[in-house]
Design a protein around this ligand. Structure first.
Ligand SMILES: Cc1cc2nc3c(=O)[nH]c(=O)nc-3n(C[C@H](O)[C@H](O)[C@H](O)COP(=O)(O)OP(=O)(O)OC[C@H]3O[C@@H](n4cnc5c(N)ncnc54)[C@H](O)[C@@H]3O)c2cc1C
Length: 562
């Protein structure tokens, strides 16, 4: 046991919680009645996010996750009875983020005469190694714990070879999820760690030497740090209460909704969203708490789908360990350099299309609904994210990284690992067959009754669901709500819908065809060794294996070069 009477507990973006926080739990357990703990957090505005060159939205002054994090800190501070110390991290532009963090930690420990620090590590080995080395070099004892995923990847060798080679024609995702579930079944999960109010009294506000201390209550007011004091910021705060009780409530509500829908046939086709993502992303709830919660409450019910989704999270992190540069926007599949920038467009046209996508006025109702919901609430359901991202790439012919960056600014659940993985999948340069094609016109796919589009595109509310029109000897059904451009003019007029509002920003079918032609052209330059005997891209998984990955038929080549 440590002899130090005062212990530093460093709270980080992926674990802003008290419960099931091993670092905090251990520090408290090892502190006797004469000692105390000092919880602290280092704020780094996403303005300085190293992942993207300039992720700060100019309209809002910050990102949705900044707002959420700032609110979560307020709540954390209240739980610690005002004893959470917050410092602003001032990283120099020439220094990597990890180095700035490491230097500040050393500064805090040295100036406060403390030699022990407890924290939850992130998935990012590069960052963690820099921090750990610097602490070690300075004689500071780092007590590091890991809980960002269900399985502890720091102490486990993932059997990738077995996972991918057992069935090399599938995506690793499916066998990976099985692997996570089987491992939990065999080994069990560590118990969830509870902390009572009494233990929290061990937290005190020592005089720790933060380089740039910041009052947590004033954080929201600081211009340029977080837009919490703008109307937009306030609406995000209202939409997403950022505290642990709300996270638990989201889980309970979700479990209740599963129960209510048990006998409902719609359950089979409706994707039930838990709305847990912001809480998981900022660690207000741990994946273990979610998994255990589901398993303990819903024993008899089919919870396979939600359990699988929690395991997808693990998968995304496991992929990021194999391909660390995925979060920096480096594609997993190589050989697509010429297509990362989309189809060939004039700069002005490209900007026009991008703005229309961001602002939800492309003229494609499902896409516009999703993009409007994103900006208004910081959230978008999974299937709509897939539709909007694929549409940006294929329907608008725009660079996928521009879409990824926009999501990084506006998603309240922004998770650099999941976001970058999923954008790569939408651009077909990632590791999975998440590819959904151009699904933006398929109401069955997501929004059977059309409620979603009617909510976010109120200008279309008066349109009938569908109409039948005679084309020669056949009858054609037009989905007016999802394809307003295909509506006969008299219907549009009757519904008082101006074509200007609903006309499409571009001919998406032409763009898609141009885009695929460009991709095929790029692939035609590849040597035959890059493509497997099923015409799919070979992807090298580290030094483990080379596997043929799902490749959409539209970009497969009829003949492959020798
Ligand atoms: C282009 C694109 C970008 C995305 N960016 C993010 C992001 O930045 N942050 C994020 O949390 N999710 C992201 N997702 C994944 C997914 O859309 C969200 O996790 C989900 O919609 C969140 O809603 P929920 O909590 O109700 O999810 P549920 O469907 O209830 O799932 C429960 C949890 O499982 C995890 N999960 C669900 N889907 C995935 C997935 N595909 N990959 C990994 N984990 C998953 C999440 O933690 C989620 O909260 C993205 C998806 C796409 C297509």
């Amino acid at each position: 046991l440590s002899t130090s009477t005062h212990k530093l507990v460093w709270f980080r973006d992926h674990a802003l919680r008290i419960q099931d926080n091993e670092a905090l739990h251990t520090a408290i357990t090892e502190t006797d009645e004469n000692g105390s703990i000092q919880p602290f957090y280092l704020w780094q505005s996403s303005a300085k996010d190293a992942t993207y060159p300039n992720p700060v939205n100019t309209q809002t002054g910050g990102t949705a996750r900044d707002v959420f994090t700032a609110t979560a800190l307020k709540s954390l501070n209240q739980t610690f009875h005002g004893n959470l110390a917050v410092g602003l991290l001032d990283s120099s532009p020439n220094e990597c983020q990890a180095t700035s963090i490491a230097k500040e930690l050393v500064h805090i420990c040295k100036s406060s005469n403390l030699n022990e620090i407890f924290y939850q590590r992130s998935y990012n080995d590069e960052v963690e190694n820099v921090i750990a080395k610097e602490l070690e070099k300075n004689g500071i004892d780092a007590r590091v714990f890991s809980s960002y995923t269900l399985l502890d990847y720091e102490n486990r060798q993932v059997p990738w070879e077995k996972i991918v080679l057992d069935d090399p024609w599938r995506s690793p995702l499916i066998p990976y999820v099985e692997y996570v579930q089987d491992t939990i079944e065999e080994e069990g999960l560590k118990p969830v760690l509870d902390i009572d109010d009494c233990s929290l009294k061990k937290a005190s506000c020592a005089d720790i030497a933060l380089t740039c201390p910041c009052d947590v209550d004033e954080l929201n007011e600081k211009v340029g740090i977080t837009p919490g004091n703008t109307e937009w910021g306030k609406s995000i705060v209202k939409e997403w209460p950022a505290d642990e009780i709300s996270a638990q409530k989201a889980l309970t509500n979700f479990l209740d909704s599963l129960e209510q829908k048990e006998d409902d046939d719609a359950k089979k086709t409706t994707h039930l969203a838990s709305l847990l993502s912001p809480y998981l992303a900022r660690g207000l709830i741990s994946p273990k708490q979610v998994y255990s919660g589901i398993k303990s409450v819903v024993k008899e019910r089919d919870v396979g789908s939600i359990v699988r989704r929690i395991c997808w999270r693990d998968y995304a992190y496991a992929v990021a360990k194999l391909f660390p540069n995925v979060v920096k926007g480096e594609p997993i599949r190589d050989g697509y350099d010429a297509v990362h920038d989309g189809v060939d467009l004039e700069e002005e046209e490209q900007q026009k299309r991008l703005d229309s996508w961001k602002e939800g006025r492309t003229g494609f109702p499902l896409v516009d609904s999703g993009m409007r919901e994103l900006v208004a609430t910081g959230y978008m359901p999974q299937k709509v994210r897939l539709a909007c991202s694929t549409f940006l790439v294929e329907g608008l012919g725009l660079p996928w990284r521009a879409g990824m960056q926009h999501f990084a600014e506006f998603l309240v659940d922004y998770d650099e690992v999941i976001n970058s993985n999923m954008w790569q999948n939408s651009a077909c340069v990632g590791l999975d067959p998440y590819y959904m094609g151009m699904n933006y016109k398929r109401r069955q796919y997501w929004d059977k009754e059309g409620d979603y589009v009617r909510k976010w595109c109120p200008e279309l509310t008066s349109l009938p669901d569908s109409i039948d029109i005679e084309v020669g000897k056949t009858t054609k059904t037009i989905d007016c709500l999802y394809e307003p451009w295909a509506c006969p003019p008299e219907i549009l007029e009757k519904c008082e819908i101006e074509l200007g509002v609903t006309s499409r920003i571009c001919d998406e079918r032409q763009t898609r065809s141009d885009y695929f032609a460009k991709v095929r052209m790029e692939r035609s330059k590849w040597p035959a060794t890059k493509i497997d005997d099923k015409k799919r891209d070979f992807v090298q998984l580290g030094d483990i294996a080379r596997i043929g990955m799902f490749t959409p038929r539209a970009i497969q080549l009829k003949r492959i070069r020798d």
